[in-house]
Design a protein around this ligand. Structure first.
Ligand SMILES: Nc1ncnc2c1ncn2[C@@H]1O[C@H](COP(=O)(O)OP(=O)(O)OP(=O)(O)O)[C@@H](O)[C@H]1O
Ligand SMILES: [Mg+2]
Length: 393
């Protein structure tokens, strides 16, 4: 099975492109499901479904054709159904003053309900194996980053905190319960967490398996969007989730150049498209034109899919390579970047506030630094076996 995640800033075209991809896959014979967590029913809109077609489907898969289903998950409903006990307890807890600081800190890292819910679905469909491809239309970037980090956080929570907390509660409940108004979690809270964990087991490995999971980052040639795409690219990379494509959507047509009023937009977009190539190469970049009208309904989705993928099969892993890696070494870090054909003599390395900029002949790469490494400076650099190594101290 393949899992393809579409991530990107709000409004860039995630839902539209996820839908177009799903449709093309179904045409190619893959049994596909497109899942969205957007409460605004935008998937049904993208497929231009009638009221009747949507009716009664609430949260369940809707059939588009023999090979294609779409599903809009209502997070609130899911939370009520699965997270009820945990959620109610947290609400109670956060509304009570005098909460023990340590406990509140631990609880604060409890995974977000949205992310866990979507992970549950990923795992469910992966284990059931009924579909060849699962497409997930993720919420805007911030949340999708939490999504990929979630398995790690959850694992940590279960291992380190859960066991201790449960033990403390066993001892503390009879005593503390009598003395304070602070509510203590009862067994149903732990049971709910345990059930959850059971259902999520294995999903972390699925997400970091590049033969199964790909992220496609949807972007637009605009300053703010580009920054966010860069950030997303770094995070997915840090968490070991393979980004196999950058889809630059809403590229304006050349004919804008004929209009005095719009001409400047072309120049601006070209500048950002060049930057996109610097930032994300060698990850493949797909430029998708702004169509003449909004994209909904099968015909337009089909046109859009053609413009994105051409004769490529969207189910394929379009690229599989870790573009760079931060390795901890002693007190410092080493940044390892794949850069074949680069010679040490031509290497120049600059650091701005939050980026490392590497140039060598035609090779140019901007690498956004994780927050933790922003105050580090490049120290030594070397080139070996097609990789550049830069130590940061
Ligand atoms: N290439 C395109 N040409 C023309 N219109 C487009 C194109 N791509 C997307 N759109 C339109 O842009 C709008 C926003 O797209 P979409 O809803 O897919 O974005 P999104 O990233 O899912 O947004 P949100 O973050 O709000 O979920 C829609 O009206 C869609 O039809
Ligand atoms: Mg959307």
């Amino acid at each position: 099975m393949r899992i393809i995640l579409f991530s990107g800033k709000g409004g860039v075209g995630k839902t539209t492109i996820a839908s177009a991809t799903g449709y093309k896959l179904s045409q190619g014979g893959y049994k596909t499901i497109v899942v969205s967590l957007d409460p605004a029913h935008s998937l049904a809109d993208a497929f231009d479904l009638t009221e009747k077609e949507r009716f009664g489907a609430k949260g369940l898969p809707i059939r588009i054709n023999d090979k294609l289903h779409i599903q809009e998950i209502d997070i609130q409903e899911e939370i009520d159904r699965y997270w009820g006990d945990v959620y109610r307890f947290l609400e109670l807890l956060f509304n009570t003053t005098g909460l023990d600081e340590m406990l509140s800190e631990e609880l604060a890292i409890l995974p977000g309900m949205e992310e866990v819910t979507s992970l549950l679905y990923v795992n469910k469909y992966y284990k059931e194996g009924e579909y060849d491809v699962l497409i997930l239309d993720l919420p805007p970037t911030g949340e999708s980053l939490r999504f990929v980090s979630m398995p790690t956080v959850l694992k940590w929570y279960m291992k380190k905190v859960f066991k201790t907390e449960k033990m403390i509660m066993k001892v503390a409940r009879p005593v503390v319960g009598r003395l304070t108004d602070v509510p203590l979690p009862d067994d149903s809270y732990f049971q709910a967490l345990e059930n959850f964990y059971e259902k999520l087991k294995g999903v972390d490995e699925v997400l970091i398996d590049p033969d199964v999971t790909s992220v496609r980052i949807v972007s637009n040639p605009e300053k703010m969007v580009l920054k966010e795409s860069q950030r997303a690219y770094m995070y997915f990379n840090l968490f070991g989730v393979n980004v196999d494509g950058i889809i630059v959507n809403k590229v304006l047509p050349e004919s804008f150049g004929d209009c005095e009023h719009l001409k400047n937009w072309l120049t601006i977009q070209k500048k950002y498209i060049n930057e996109i190539e610097d930032y994300f190469s060698p990850t493949p970049i797909f430029k998708v034109p702004m169509l003449e009208e909004e994209v909904f309904g099968l015909e337009r989705l089909d046109t859009l899919a053609g413009l994105i993928y051409g004769d490529k099969d969207p189910a394929q892993v379009l690229h599989k390579e870790e573009p760079y890696r931060f390795m901890k070494e002693g007190d410092g870090y080493t940044l390892k970047i794949k850069a074949p054909f680069v010679r040490k003599e031509s290497l120049s390395i600059l650091k701005s506030e939050e980026e490392i900029i590497i140039r060598a002949g035609n090779f140019k790469s901007h690498i956004l630094l994780p927050r933790k490494l922003r105050d580090k400076e490049p120290d030594k650099a070397s080139v070996r076996d097609g990789y550049i190594y830069i130590t940061l101290v």
